[in-house]
Design a protein around this ligand. Structure first.
Ligand code: SAJ
Length: 424
């Protein structure tokens, strides 16, 4: 077993730290955010992920996981910090640089450093290695250095962290092999080894594939609306082809990965990535397209009241990072819409104080509901009661997740992204 120091206790770092502790490593979890440290040191968990609480409590109780504000000497250092985009759509590696610099005083011969954060290809070798070599040690000779991206789907992290195959890339072969030895302690999936730059590109490519695929679904939805067919039926039938797997249209692509990671590839070849850039633009246009749907249905109403159901970047999560709902609300508010939102998993959004409220207040006097995140809770709403509170009984379902007959029978007009109009 090893002494492991995990820097960054977010959606990736904390589950990774917990898993490593659960299989017997002695893990020090480090974060620069005092609120996170306070939460964890008081036995609370700051991320909403099924099952994580019991794992964290058990790891802390066992003594195999301790939470600290600073790294300490260890056999292995894992960096799992955010890598957002700058305004110029370049990777912001400042958190990674800070984490690496914090490791330098503790780095010793024979140590392994693993980067998990999603980064532009060539980051591990060309940016991270030189920072760590500030210790006087040489990457690949005196210490091992590998890149090991995660593939976990928020909402199913603990299962996927164990079961999914992984790719690990080393700046040297033995760096990759040493990293595989560590992860094999809890990963049941296959672990493929390659070089660090290839592994970085694999991770960015996976999420870029998903982004482009969603953009295709969003364009098919536009075509379907124009010719009066149901894109959901089109995609379902097309996917019966053994080599076709088209994803679903939606109100836009959010989260901390899918809308960002493709830009890491564009950054490396700006002239050579028109398809990726176009897909990013298609997805970014979806909030505007959805608001245009609402505008068309309530044509002529002055200062319309819009009810947003679901503000997270996707259903059944509590995360609003990069949520496509945010630009939609910004645009609506600019046009003097009265906007209220209801989300059973989110209590407030800093940018929009007072926006989120209970379901009754969110629909009172409203000219229409736009459903943007397909939370399970939305299937059990008292539709009739909601309808009685509204000025106009309109629902726009951008996730095709509601029981449309139930809404139609309660007097609602139903619009579905990518589907011919359903009126009663
Ligand atoms: N979306 C659609 N239609 C779809 C699928 C997704 O509109 O058919 C939208 C979602 O609504 C959401 C966004 O795309 O706004 C991203 O959702 P997601 O479920 O694709 O992605 P994440 O960010 O929750 O997780 C992804 C996953 N990557 C892949 O599936 C290739 C996960 O495995 C990664 O580990 C994660 O990004 C990450 O951390 O990179």
């Amino acid at each position: 077993m090893k002494n492991v120091c995990v820097l960054g206790l977010g959606y990736v770092g904390l589950p990774t730290a917990v898993m490593l502790a659960t299989v017997g490593n002695r893990v020090t979890g480090v974060d620069v955010n005092p609120a996170i440290l306070d939460c964890l040191n008081n036995g609370r968990v700051h991320i909403a992920e099924p099952g994580i609480d019991s794992f964290v409590h058990a790891a802390l109780k066992s003594g195999n996981l301790v939470i600290r504000p600073q790294p300490c000497p260890a056999d292995v250092f894992i960096i799992a910090v955010p890598t957002p985009l700058t305004r110029e759509r370049q990777a912001d590696l400042s958190d990674m640089r800070s984490a690496a610099s914090a490791i330098v005083p503790h780095l010793a011969k024979g140590n392994l450093v693993v980067l998990e954060s999603t980064v532009p290809p060539e980051t591990t070798g060309n940016i991270l290695a030189p920072i760590l070599e500030g210790s006087g040690l040489k990457a690949g000779r005196d210490f091992y250095l590998a890149y090991a991206p995660e593939r976990v789907l928020p909402g199913n992290i603990l299962f996927e962290l164990v079961e999914n195959d992984r790719v690990i890339g080393g700046i040297t072969r033995d760096s990759a092999e040493l990293a595989r030895e560590l992860y094999q302690g809890f990963v049941k999936g296959d672990i493929s080894l390659t070089d660090a730059t290839t592994a970085e590109m694999v991770k960015a490519s996976e999420n870029t594939f998903r982004n482009v695929n969603v953009a295709l679904a969003n364009e098919l939805a536009l075509v379907a609306e124009k010719i009066g067919v149901d894109v959901w039926e089109v995609i379902s039938l097309a996917n019966r082809h053994p080599r076709v797997d088209i994803l679903k249209p939606g109100p836009g692509v959010g989260g901390h990965c899918i809308p960002l990671d493709p830009w890491f590839l564009v950054q490396k070849a700006p002239e050579g990535t028109p398809l990726i850039r176009s897909a990013l633009n298609v997805n970014d246009s979806m909030p505007h397209r959805v608001l245009a749907m609402f505008r068309r249905e309530i044509d002529g109403v002055q200062q319309p009241r819009l009810s947003v159901f679901g503000v997270t970047y996707k259903g059944n999560v509590d995360d609003v990072r990069e949520s496509p709902v945010l630009p939609l609300i910004r645009e609506a508010m600019k046009e003097d819409f009265q906007v209220r939102a209801f989300d059973p998993r989110v209590t407030a959004i800093d940018e929009f104080p007072g926006l989120l409220t209970d379901v009754e207040s969110a629909v009172a006097g409203s000219h229409g509901i736009v459903l943007l995140a397909d939370h399970d809770e939305f299937r059990d709403l008292d539709v009739r009661k909601i309808g009685c509170l509204m000025t106009r009984r309109l629902v726009i379902d951008t996730r095709n997740c509601l029981d449309h007959e139930k809404w139609l029978s309660s007097g609602f007009s139903v619009r579905v992204l990518g589907k011919a109009v359903q009126w009663r």
